[in-house]
Ligand binder design. Sequence first.
Ligand code: TYC
Length: 118
Amino acid sequence: MSKPIAPTAPPVVHPLEGDDDGAVVLERRPLQTKPPQMYQVALLNDDYTPMEFVVFAIQEFFGKDRDTAIGIMLKIHVEGKGICGVFSRDVAATKVNTVMEAAQNAGHPLQAVSEPID
Ligand code: TYC
């Protein structure tokens, strides 16, 4: 397999002056890319979802170990909201849908939100 070619901005054309027979120089410039907007996925507290279900969801859908998941769940319980991970927009949206679908299937009102971060 050949090496992928890095994307480049449109070349800058420098018409040469003088005795150049109309030649031009095409200067290759790296494309100026900014990092993509990232999104944090947070769970919200409610009075009905069992703590154990929230811990399960954080472990299962955000890849956290049990102690970390318990810590995040308790933070949500006390403060009202807790961040479970940071993702690209589409992945964050999928996480929200996956968590809310699992909660709904289990009969819990757990809410997840995706929020852009700086
Ligand atoms: N407050 C819930 C309870 O006392 C537990 C809970 C924690 C619910 C975190 C949602 O995102 C949540 N059973």
